[in-house]
Design a protein around this ligand. Sequence first.
Ligand SMILES: [Zn+2]
Length: 189
Amino acid sequence: MSSLQLKKPALHPELRFESKRLGTVVCFSPEVVAHFVKHRQQGRIKTEIGGQLFAQFVKNEVRVIRATGPNTTDRRGWAWFRPDQRIQNVEIKRLFENGLHFVGDWHTHPERKPSPSSWDLESMEDCFKKSRHQLRAFVMVIVGQAMFPEGLWVSIHRNNGFEKLAINMNGAVSAIEYSSKPQRMLHEG
Ligand SMILES: [Zn+2]
């Protein structure tokens, strides 16, 4: 059938992360993973960029299927990023009408293995104010320069602190396949 020939193989696997504390799985669809990869801070991309994460809730899973941003009106520099909150609030309302819940933020860092800055951790307070979904935590993704999953920070935040999520090994086979792609290594170093 011709439709089979047109169907491209998924370039990126779904990535699954697990919260030991909440028993929740946070997974990122292939499209969302592709969005992160595309915006990694390397090559021509000289500034931090980012956006918002939107998900559907299925049983104990938070399925992140949409990553928005960057917006042209965001303010950004080499190691900082301030999104346009007016546009972000409009996004939250618009996607909520389509059944997608705002669950967190993503942004890039100019480092191989990303970890949150103190500002990143403090800004999670803002996120709580914006959120009104049933997830009892807020997702923060930081996209580093190294290949995934090494180059991806995923944490969930609550009033009383945060938890760095571990990649779920059931999905790790495809993650290893992904990380061995040679063209990505040319930019490393
Ligand atoms: Zn940051």
